[in-house]
Ligand binder design. Structure first.
Ligand code: F0G
Length: 471
């Protein structure tokens, strides 16, 4: 019997226990399929966890996107939806909340994050442009490419090493960026694309010192700086915890200070903003606002709803207030780190330090015998489902896609399986069950074989690709 079962969380971390800062008002029953049913479901889904039916999943750690539990205040807010086509009251509530907590002047609502990525990419990028950023994100990079740009990774080297425990692995390598600007010329760079935290690096934060220096560097070259604020509340928490001078500042103050060094941001409200659907773009420059506000009516909806219902905008506005609550954000990140600590205690390789939204298993070290061409991270996601009905996600060779020039797989340095924790949904007991399942897959790792891709769609292939087990 694993020892951790008899330790309280406080004993685990060497301090008094804390508990989730909420109680449960409504429950949603979970069911685990039998092993035979799971084998059938995995095979029908082509061993791709995106193709499983949610009903066939026991604990769903596919994503933290749109999977949060809303609060009683947010549910009450839905009843205040003003479903007018134009000028809904809830839009102005949302605009006020964004101005107050993020500090940007102009707001354009969208149906979700990628709607905002589409607008900002089309508004700013000309064919042939270069967009430097701190590691790619799938939809962000694709929109930059579809607008004619090329994304260039300028994240610090530590981000590519899952064993490097540096506190701010999301930081931009300023020398790399400076060298790129010198090589291609500032006029080819419409903006720097900064994400806090960095999803694909394991939810790693960017320091305040780095964004400050980045602002100074981009100002020297007349380049704009835009932020992917999807998980910036979690980034603010890490700054408060780790960066000198920020211990006494509130999450709200840190968030606003960070945003003040950028020209605007795009947002997937489905994460930090604690809602099931929604997104927005917020910018300071009038010219970008003009373009985005005009384009939103083509692609999303009128500029005062952008694809969201009035009630959705109300829920986002309330979610923004709740996201900066100190107890909320601490318990959110600590739950992720609790799972990480259990795994590290058993010698299971994860990306360190644990990030804000997920634990990333390092599939290269988990399955050293499976070559990257046989998709070790995809294999591990399939194995966890087969073991216990837990759903995780591949973030490795399948997610990285093919190089548009050579047509070959991109073979990224990081080959990871992501266990993403929805906000306010699962308890510590669920985390224990997840940890035990990963341990079971780890104990039988030598017997595990890789996968072969048998169907590959053209765009964002990880969503719909199909696989078969290798004999
Ligand atoms: N930026 C980041 C950093 C993201 O993680 C996501 C979505 C987006 C932008 C796009 O937002 O989904 O609302 O269109 N990430 C999800 C995930 C899908 O599972 O990590 P969206």
């Amino acid at each position: 019997m694993p020892e951790f079962k008899y330790k309280t969380m406080g004993q685990q971390f060497g301090r008094r226990s804390w508990a989730e800062p909420w109680k449960i008002k409504m429950v949603e029953p979970l069911r685990m399929l039998t092993p035979e049913e799971r084998r059938r479901a995995a095979s029908e889904a082509g061993y791709n966890t995106f193709l499983l039916r949610s009903e066939d999943v026991y604990i769903d750690l596919l994503t933290d996107s749109g999977t949060s539990a809303m609060s009683d205040r947010q549910w009450a807010g839905l009843m205040l939806g003003d479903e007018a086509y134009a000028g809904s009251r809830n839009f102005y509530r949302l605009e006020d909340a964004i101005r107050k907590f993020y500090g940007f002047k102009h707001v354009v609502p969208t149906h979700q994050g990628r709607g905002a990525e589409h607008l900002i990419s089309k508004a700013l990028i000309e064919p042939g442009d270069i967009i430097p950023g701190n590691m790619y994100f799938t939809t962000t990079r694709l929109h930059q490419e579809l607008a004619g740009g090329t994304f260039v990774d300028v994240i610090c080297a530590a981000a590519h090493d899952p064993t490097d425990r540096s506190p701010f692995k999301g930081d931009v390598d300023l020398d790399k960026l400076e060298a790129l600007i010198r090589k291609v010329g500032a006029e080819k760079i419409p903006y720097v694309s900064l994400a806090g935290t960095v999803n694909m690096a394991g939810g790693q934060p960017v320091s305040m010192a780095n964004v400050k220096a980045l602002r100074a560097l981009t100002d020297r070259h007349g380049i704009r700086l835009y932020l992917d604020a999807t998980r910036m509340a979690e980034n603010a928490f890490f700054i408060q915890e780790r960066e000198p001078g920020y211990r006494e500042k509130s999450i709200a103050e840190i968030l606003k200070e960070f945003c003040s060094f950028t020209d605007g941001c795009w947002m997937s409200s489905k994460k930090d903003n604690l809602v099931n659907i929604g997104g927005w773009l917020a910018v300071n420059h009038e010219d970008v606002f003009e373009k985005a506000r005009n384009m939103v009516v083509i692609y999303e909806g009128l500029h005062t709803y952008g694809g969201m219902a009035g009630r959705d905008m109300e829920a986002v506005a309330i979610g923004i207030e709740e996201m900066v609550d100190e107890d909320h954000i601490r318990s959110r990140v600590d739950q992720v780190r609790y799972l990480g600590t259990l795994l590290l205690d058993w010698g299971i390789p994860i990306v360190e330090p644990a990030g804000g939204h997920a634990i990333f298993l390092d599939a290269k070290r988990f399955y050293p015998h499976i070559p990257q061409a046989q998709f070790p991270a995809q294999t591990l996601a399939a194995e966890l489902y087969l073991d216990s009905g837990i759903r995780s996600m591949e973030r490795g060779n399948v997610s990285a896609g093919r190089d548009p020039k050579t047509g070959d797989h991109r073979y990224p340095a990081l080959e990871l399986t992501r266990l993403t924790i929805p906000r306010r949904v699962y308890t510590q007991a669920h985390m224990d069950v997840v940890a035990e399942s990963i341990k079971a897959a780890f104990d039988s790792r030598d017997k595990t074989r890789g996968l072969k891709m048998v169907y590959e769609p053209e765009y964002l292939r990880f969503f719909q690709a199909r696989f078969e087990p290798l004999a």
